[in-house]
Write a protein that binds this ligand. Sequence first.
Ligand code: SAH
Ligand code: SF4
Ligand code: F3S
Length: 473
Amino acid sequence: MREEIVLISPEEIEHQKEFALKIQGMADRPQTFHIVTYGCQMNAHDSEKLSGMLLSMGLSPAASREEADVVLFNTCCIRDNAQRKALGNILWLKEVKKKRPDMLVGVCGCMMQQKGMADKILKQYPFVDFAFGTGNIHQLPEILLNTLETGRDIRVGLTDSTLVEGLPTQRESRTKAYITVMQGCNNYCSYCIVPYVRGRERSRDEKDILRDAEALLQDGVQEIMLLGQNVNSYGTDLGGTSFPSLLRKLDEMGVPRLRFMTSHPKDLSDELIEEIARSRALCPHLHLPVQSGSDRVLREMNRRYTAQQYLQKVDKLRKAKPDIGLTTDIIVAFPGETREEFQDTLDLVRKVRYDSAFTFVFSPRAGTRADTLPGRVPPQEASQRIEELIALQESITKEMLTSLVGQTHQVLVEGKARRSQGQLTGKSGRNISVNFAGGEHLIDTIVPVTITDIGANTLRGQIQETTIEGEKQ
Ligand code: SAH
Ligand code: SF4
Ligand code: F3S
């Protein structure tokens, strides 16, 4: 499996650094940049690396996208609307560029990896100056330099299965950080484009991950989110390591808070459940996408579990860690989904009682198996189903939040609450927003907050007296 993977050598990264320095030394080089990011955390983290590289070329962040000398769109193509949104915004920049012809427009990310996309950009988007895919991120210095020297660099025939270490990273948050543990996906869920745009599963070496974590801890990071399309299969391509064992090492290292995204239910092993129950650092939250509650639909989706098996795993998890909060992803109106099969999804949602759910209407993606399946659900019926599902989940969310009133949760304080004066906001271990009164000196720290009330999808609370006294000493 690992032969398909292109390991980017340290020499290649050094080479890219030379390109970056060359740009830095150019008298008429672009001065500022702005990155527009779509999609999942993996893309958000890629944007942090793109920022890091642009900074290493001597560029600084622009106040807005209109004012930037380089605008880079890091795109997503998971659903048609994600792609349309990106293309619409790219097109809009054409007008801005008429007034500022020196502006450079770049496009990267998952959308670029699709068949024919580079050609489309090449021919139909002449104002786009450079474009590259998810496997070429490390080449940004070379690509930008080439664009400056030759006018345009649109990479075609992109590789997707690269594994790269040592890119500079500019974090978005002071207290929270991402670490990619693996990239790509081998699952081929029949609706999903990710395996085609992110390539084969490849795990980073454990020592590289632990080194990154150590550096983040030194930097005062409070929460690390481990990223992968399917973190549960971390290490299967390496041998001798596994995701639970990686989690244990990170816990032992003293990471204050640890999270991970995303887990495939079929790979949620007993060993991982044990680690979730045992770990001190792991937050009591698991995102466990179910997609559907109908066995026939799950089979057609190629998810490789039944509703029953999923429910059994949820049971095990809750027995092992009773305070765990679950969230999920659900697709409605998969081709051929009947009204009864949709009811099975509602039934499962009633049984599991998620804290919250991300709900999507099936969107056909070219090249995937589901795109060729008969029985498309009419849009009106699909909207009705998703509205029904959202209404059900909203009522469950309210009940779940209410059940937390009176409990004390550890909250990582993120900043001042936007709407209410004198209020702070942060995230509980269950990943629910909590607002409470407190001084700004608490920002970036973890404090115990007793939940007093619920808001819309949020909790309200009161900081525990002991902490306030502790702070005064
Ligand atoms: N790797 C993650 C999910 C990545 S995509 C996992 O396996 O869970 C995030 C979510 O988008 C998916 O869980 C799914 O619910 C949704 N999704 C993916 N492809 C879709 C499509 N073609 N139409 C509608 N929703 C889709
Ligand atoms: Fe897509 Fe399935 Fe892979 Fe998730 S596990 S990225 S839904 S193919
Ligand atoms: Fe989108 Fe790519 Fe993530 S398609 S959801 S940005 S892996």
